[in-house]
Design a protein around this ligand. Structure first.
Ligand code: E4P
Length: 229
């Protein structure tokens, strides 16, 4: 399963990419707006370009246009920023038409804001490269988000759709585990969720013990009169 970071923050990307575990990035207008506030108005194109250079993998950049024609025009502009850009369009009548047109021109498209299996089926039919079910936002309204992922994976398997299931709106490491067990293609996570997955108290305790035992053994070898503990 590929792991993406759901962020537009360069520091978060720089901290995780060198580990070799990150395959791509997803952004959305909320995430980019957060960075623009920090950078006093920032230039989105160069910001997205920097992200692409850092990650060297798919970087989803979302259109903010609301009609199909305008989405296609905006999508072409986004795609021109870097070869790694994936144009993200919101699910809906306009988004589907834009996806079909952009995919027809060879641009990879991520259909976002997906909350039902039928939406995912329709996105696959118009050639989406990725479909983004939002699991956390479903959990937030007492609906099982991972159940949606399971259904989409089943439907795509039944018909051998090439569209990749990109689990989004991830809230905690158990979403990553569930996504991997279901065979989702990608899980995009906030940096904090990936950072949390890097730590385990038993790993820390175990390492502390190994190092202590090793130091004691070395001390004893250097001075055999030291009592062994
Ligand atoms: C996905 O691409 C979205 O950017 C994201 O996962 C939304 O997550 P949220 O529900 O935490 O805002």
């Amino acid at each position: 399963m590929k792991l993406f970071i759901d962020t537009a923050n360069l520091k978060e990307i720089e901290a995780l990419v060198p580990l070799g575990i990150i395959d791509g990035i997803t952004t959305n207008p909320t995430l980019l707006a957060k960075e623009a506030r920090g950078a006093r108005g920032g230039d989105f194109r160069s910001h997205l370009q920097k992200i692409c250079t850092l990650v060297q993998g798919p970087v989803s950049a979302e259109v903010v246009a609301t009609t199909a024609d305008a989405m296609v025009a905006e999508g072409r502009t986004l795609a021109a920023i870097d070869r790694h850009i994936v144009v993200k369009v919101p699910f809906g009548r306009e988004g589907l038409a834009a996806c079909k047109a952009l995919a027809g021109e060879g641009h990879p498209v991520n259909v976002t804001l997906v909350f039902s299996p039928t939406q995912a089926l329709l996105a696959a039919k118009v050639g989406a490269t990725f479909v983004s079910p939002f699991v956390g936002r479903l959990d937030d309204i007492a609906t099982d988000g991972m159940d949606l992922v399971e259904r989409i994976v089943e439907i795509y398997d039944n018909y051998e759709f090439a569209t990749e299931v990109l689990v989004a709106s991830v809230r905690h490491p158990m979403h990553i585990v569930a996504a991997a067990r279901m065979g989702a293609d990608v899980c995009t996570c906030p940096a904090a969720v990936i950072e949390a997955s890097l730590r385990h108290p038993l790993t820390d305790l175990g390492l502390e013990r190994f190092l202590k035992d090793w130091e004691q053994a070395r001390a004893q070898m250097a001075n055999p009169s030291t009592p062994a503990r």
